[in-house]
Design a protein around this ligand. Structure first.
Ligand code: AMP
Length: 582
């Protein structure tokens, strides 16, 4: 049913795009029909539909579920080796590990052989077609960093890997060998080295999420001297032992290149790394990385390191399904919307009455189903939580992502990614979401920006060890002018604490203002440089893929809090009670 096309064929690409976005409602009906016809006899659907594949019945009877509700089915397949038909009549070949770090847990998402081929390939073709519209890319190379972890096998005999690892391992012939290396340090070192040697050919730099790009720059900061020395001598460092890395690099680094090494040294020795990407790869036209939702916090850092190159946030994708493509790749990062591709899965939407409190959509709410709308019926300006139904065994599955309808491409809705559903912080009856926190932190940073600071990364937790409990924010600050440890001005930092509080919602301020306040003064703990890299390493060591990593905005793990706490260089508290009227 999915059309195939060559992304280099602009005419075909435009025609297909026009076609699918002009028929979204119809295509969605077809997708649902196909899923139900194929899977009506699975144990899961049979228990609600009695073997029928009627779409009306589906909407009436099949419940809206969270991962926790279907985990029992997935575990039966993954752990006990029961057949796929519990959930899907396609054959489950792998389980995708979703990063889960934004919600605190990893999820295992089924992937089937049939789904493996046409869906993602079609989506990738659309993406490539869109990116081709960017100027100047045909006469150069893209340096796209990819890192994969080793496979894990479940007791039931299935392979557990990330979507990226799955794509790469299933289509090895399409990718350079170096990205198959499962030692992420060796792999990243080698990828950067290849990028440096081919410095003048690179016209775009990218990775999946903006947080990853920041990590790569830090890694480069730690290794550039060694890389430059390798280039000077034409010899790669001894610790790179992986044969795939060695083979790939030796094809490119085959002779001594002292001039190139000198020019790299000159750039990297500069006191400030502002614009480092543009300086190292001077022909770069744009940087590619997802920069929306929780990734928006990295926009200032990327602007700094890239020298304000355009950042292209290409798509909205997940382990569950591919959803939308950004058809205005060069738009302002804060204005990115994704046009949903109607052929990829069946989408439904739970309207969020008050998007400040997305948790009000309780899946156990009996009336929830009455409010759900399909793709063709969403309204501009309305916030929704996304539900997805796939041929791989997910039915009315809550993605936990909150989206805002911003417009239409033909008749297909476009969505802005707003935030994850989960509340980030709560002490009493306050509910501070990821977006609330992001906005408040952005406002508070206005105090420090004129002093030459930007925020590299942050996180938070609700400290209830003392009474009343209070919000704790961990901030990693960076100076624009150099990499020295920044000196902190007590008064300004305390002002930041107050401004964060002042920018939170009325409920928070009310609870802070009560005669016996139930929330104590907000605290900012500034951590030393590199701390959030250590935090990332911690999550990666527990199985999260570097490609998918997203800094958890509220930390639940005691070990993770310990990591951050052991690197605190300054603690500051709000000295003012926030004003309730503003
Ligand atoms: P994973 O399954 O680990 O790849 O993570 C998927 C999750 O990443 C999604 O459910 C979103 O919460 C987040 N995500 C994916 N694409 C975007 C995007 N373009 N903007 C913001 N968040 C995204």
């Amino acid at each position: 049913m999915l059309p195939t096309f060559d992304p280099r064929d602009t005419e075909a690409g435009s025609r297909i795009l026009e076609d699918i976005t002009s028929n979204a409602g119809h295509i969605q009906e077809q997708v649902l029909e196909e899923i139900l016809t194929k899977n009506a006899s699975t144990d899961y659907l049979k228990s609600f539909l009695n073997g029928h594949s009627d779409k009306g019945l589906f909407k009436n009877k099949v419940p809206v579920v969270d991962y926790e509700d279907i985990k029992i089915y997935i575990d039966r397949i993954a752990l006990d080796g029961e057949p796929s038909r519990i959930l899907t009549n396609e054959s489950i070949t792998e389980l995708m590990i979703s990063s889960g770090t934004s919600g605190g847990k990893q999820k295992w998402i089924p992937k089937t052989a049939e789904e493996g081929e046409p869906g993602p390939s079609f989506f990738v073709s659309l993406l490539l077609f869109e990116l081709r519209c960017l100027h100047g890319l045909n006469d150069g190379k893209a340096l796209f960093f990819v890192l994969i972890n080793p496979d894990i096998h479940t007791p039931g005999g299935l392979v557990l890997r990330t979507t990226t690892a799955s794509e790469i391992k299933n289509r090895k012939d399409r990718y350079p060998e170096v990205i198959l290396c499962e030692d992420t340090n060796q792999s990243l070192y080698s990828q950067l080295l290849c990028g440096l040697v081919q410095r003048d050919a690179i016209v775009s730099i990218g990775t999946f999420f903006a947080s990853g790009l920041q990590r790569i720059i830090k890694f480069f900061e730690e290794h550039w001297q060694e890389m430059s020395s390798n280039i000077r001598t034409g010899q790669m460092s001894d610790w790179i032992t992986d044969p795939k890395c060695k083979r790939t690099v030796s094809l490119i680094l085959s002779k001594q290149m002292p001039d190139l090494a000198d020019s790299i040294d000159l750039v990297c020795q500069e006191k400030s790394w502002e614009g480092i990407i543009k300086k190292i790869w001077p022909r770069t036209k744009y940087v590619q990385a997802i920069i929306t939702g929780s990734m928006a916090q990295y926009i200032p850092a990327l602007e700094f390191y890239t020298g304000r190159l355009p950042v292209v946030s290409p798509a909205y994708v997940s382990s569950e399904a591919c959803f939308g493509v950004n058809f205005k790749p060069l738009c302002n990062p804060y204005d990115v919307s994704y046009t949903f591709i109607p052929n990829m899965a069946y989408y439904e939407f739970i309207p969020i009455g008050n998007h400040q409190d997305p948790n009000c959509t309780n899946s156990k709410d009996a009336h929830l189903k009455d409010h759900i709308v399909d793709l063709a019926n969403v309204k501009i300006g309305q916030h929704y939580e996304l539900l997805v139904t796939t041929c791989t065994g997910l039915y009315r599955y809550r993605m936990g992502d909150i989206l805002l309808v911003t417009g239409f491409h033909n008749i297909t809705p476009q969505f802005k990614f707003v935030q994850r559903r989960n509340v980030v912080l709560s002490i009493d009856t306050d509910k501070t979401t990821e977006q609330d926190l992001q906005n408040a932190v952005t406002i508070a940073m206005h105090i420090l920006e004129p002093l030459g600071f930007f925020l590299l990364d942050y996180s938070s937790y609700a400290d209830t060890s003392s009474i009343p409990g209070h919000y704790v924010l961990f901030w990693e600050l960076q100076l624009r002018s150099n990499n020295d440890i920044p000196e902190l001005d007590q008064v300004k930092m305390e002002k930041c604490c107050s401004l964060v509080e002042q920018s939170l919602d009325q409920k928070y301020k009310l609870l802070r203002n009560q005669s016996i306040s139930t929330i104590g003064p907000l605290e900012i703990r500034v951590v030393k440089q590199g701390t959030f890299n250590v935090l990332m390493d911690f999550y990666v060591s527990r199985g999260t893929s570097l490609n998918q990593y997203k800094t958890p905005k509220n930390i639940k793990s005691e070990k993770a809090i310990e990591i951050l706490d052991s690197r605190v260089v300054g603690k500051f508290y709000s000295r003012e009670v926030p004003n309730q009227d503003s």
